[in-house]
Write a protein that binds this ligand. Structure first.
Ligand code: FE
Length: 205
């Protein structure tokens, strides 16, 4: 069995936003898709480690902003590499508006938003699969959507190549962070994106 086959699946990238009990937050997800047409439903799978997961679970509603190819790395840093449990991501965030549902959607680096109301939740252990009815949506721009592959090739900072060196290092495949050293500790957590050692690949710098 070749695990790399999983990398051949294509994914979009989205900012998932929700609100509950006076708290607002958002996170980056790559698992959203339309599941039925009549009625129009979408599904999202969200890690329980995300604060936004709890807001969706408790409020039963969310907005999905579709990231486009003009999204910069700062959007990924802002919504992906810090937790809404400790940071209010909307405290001074200028690039958002409220949809008719009252939730924020993202207006910069996005080409559409979809507002949805949760109909079913399926506990998948690490994640919850939410199936939701679409209640409102708007196209914001004609810029092509950013895929996960596009993010890795064109948005994520590329490690600088050093001509002298040849030192062993480990690169986070999610965000590009470089750990210098022969061995990466098994319990290492990426300081930028908080992904585990299993998301690092060996490289040379
Ligand atoms: Fe990382």
């Amino acid at each position: 069995m070749d695990q790399a086959a999983m990398y051949k699946l294509s994914y979009g990238l989205f900012v998932l936003t929700s609100s509950f009990g006076g708290k607002e937050s958002g996170c980056i997800i790559n698992t959203a898709g339309q599941v039925t047409v009549e009625p129009n439903r979408i599904s999202i799978a969200v890690s329980k480690s995300n604060f936004t997961h709890d807001l969706v679970r408790d409020s039963g509603k969310f907005n999905l902003s579709v990231l486009s190819q003009d999204a910069d790395f700062e959007i990924f840093r802002h919504f992906g590499f810090q937790s809404g449990r400790t940071v209010d991501k909307f405290a001074d965030y200028a690039h958002c508006q409220r949809s008719p549902s009252g939730l924020y959607y993202i207006t910069k680096g996005t080409n559409a938003y979809i507002s949805a109301k949760v109909e079913q939740s399926i506990d998948l252990g690490t994640h919850t699969l939410f199936i939701a009815a679409v209640e409102d949506m708007q196209v914001l721009a004609e810029t092509p959507s950013a895929t996960y592959e596009y993010y890795h090739a064109s948005i994520k900072p590329q490690p600088e190549q050093q001509k002298t060196g040849g030192k062993t290092a480990w690169r986070c495949v999610i965000c590009g962070y470089i750990y210098e050293g022969e061995e990466l500790p098994a319990d290492f957590i990426c300081p930028w994106c908080k992904h585990p050692a299993s998301d690092f690949e060996k490289t040379t710098i």
